[in-house]
Design a protein around this ligand. Sequence first.
Ligand code: OXD
Ligand code: MN
Length: 608
Amino acid sequence: MKPVTKHKQLNKWVRDMAVLCTPDKIVWLDGSESEKKRLEKEAVSTGELLQLNPKTLPGSFFHRTAQNDVARTEHLTYICTSKKEDAGPTNNWMAPKDAYDKATPYFKGAMKGRVMYVIPFSMGPVGSPFSKIGVQLTDSLYVVLNMRIMTHMTSRVYGKLGTKGAFTKCLHSKADLNESRRLILHFPEDNAIWSVGSGYGGNALLGKKCLSLRIASHLGRNEMWMAEHMLIMGIEDPKGQTTYVAAAFPSACGKTNLAMLVPPDELKKKGYKVWTVGDDIAWLRIDDEGNLRAVNPEAGVFGVAPGTNSKTNPNAMATVKKNAIYTNVLLKNDKSVWWEGMDGDVPSEGWDWKGQPWHRGQLDSNGKASLGAHPNSRFTAPIAQCPSLSKKFSDPRGVKISAIIFGGRRARLTPLVFEARSWQHGVYLGATMSSERTAAQFGKVGELRRDPMAMIPFCGYNMGTYFQHWLEMGKNLASPPRIFHVNWFKQDENGKYLWPGYGENLRVLLWMIDRCRYQKSATETAIGSIPNKGDLDLTGLNLSAESWEQLFEIDQDEWRNEIEDQKKFFGLFGPATPREIWAEQKALSERLGLQHTASSGEKILQPV
Ligand code: OXD
Ligand code: MN
């Protein structure tokens, strides 16, 4: 097929990549409905997708990935910059030439016997000043059809590009899906991404983590904006005023649930509503008045299925009722799907995520319940189908952000909620985020991981410099959003969650809004401000005084250990850790009444 654009550099790149990958043909896509139908049919005929029951799940499909390809592979993900220090100590690094040399043989001939699809897409509404254009080449129809949901995929972007416009060159091949020949490479200096050997969403839908976070964070640093792993939501009060917040949580810590929250009955009756703008990624820019504004660059949701049900996330359940793609869930005999924690009865039988026959009560070889769906099984669906979608979702100017929320999954230590003393202190709170590991990443589930701003797997440059960028952004904001830290996952000594979570989290958000809009007073503590007793609306919630105490307890010994751990972490970045971060840590130690011993990293930066 002939190129459909007059963009010489784009056409040459497609030609060059085709010479490398040797597909049987090149198909330039336009994102139209008729094209979608044609591709779905094709994917069903090759077995890449299975059509689900058209009565119960119209327009929906099922896909199984290879068993060795079920999550992002951070150990095979690289930032390829000329200088190692530009990638920083928390990213895997390869020099660009070495990376191209290493991956070239994996791509060589990889598309033989296959089609190379050319996907034009915009992250962010087409033509918005926030948006960026990408073109992805791939040999996977599953990837094409997911990209069609997750991005603004349309040939209109070629018009925007004209003959010389900038775009991210995204090359993807599933190749032989061999883990030892899998690489996810980012070339920020070339505005390019090469991903080979995986068909899993986070590795293969290159508009998502690769472009919208790793490459975009690099662009944002140069252009004075931010690409963040954040949901965006609006909370409408009974007077009809909507306040927008952005929130960062590590993967699989409930961002999708929070973004689509349904108010508990008591608050619904009072007139509160929640509007979803985005559930995973936010691009944030400073407007002419010095406000922080955000857009969601994505067009779909790629959510974790297990645990999603009409209680935990009714809006997600409604979103995925049609036109969805289900990956690695249990396939029922009636061609509908199921996952652990879904509504209704556990099916008596079906086909598990590995494609093996499965029945209720089945045990694995260790005598444990055999899972029907993989813990990181996913659904992909257009966000436009979400009942709580905000009217502002496609506003090219984005929404004004009044509060930023950081959070992690910690059984102990951090209280339910506390507020930073200033933007700088808030940056420190983001930089000290940590969470117990979930199934969205390779690694030991439950292990503590430091994950600043939930960006450790996604920051496309040195995280020390990234902290500095956050501080710089604050200096350019006339009215910076307030910054909060939450922990929905605190447990008592018996391992029982102290806070009910899900829809009830709105109670905490309303307190934040009181702080932002009405400057409501709060109780100052060493770590930040917490709600005065009685200031969280707990109507209809049976929370004991003891649970409240435990939710807001600040344990000196735990904080002492925490600060020591933080010091080791910040020490990693050497001189790239901003002075302001060390200063905040020192001030916290003092407020906690702990003796402050400077770490080696901090000493480097002490004024003489
Ligand atoms: C995701 C992730 O898929 O963070 O959003 O892993
Ligand atoms: Mn995510």
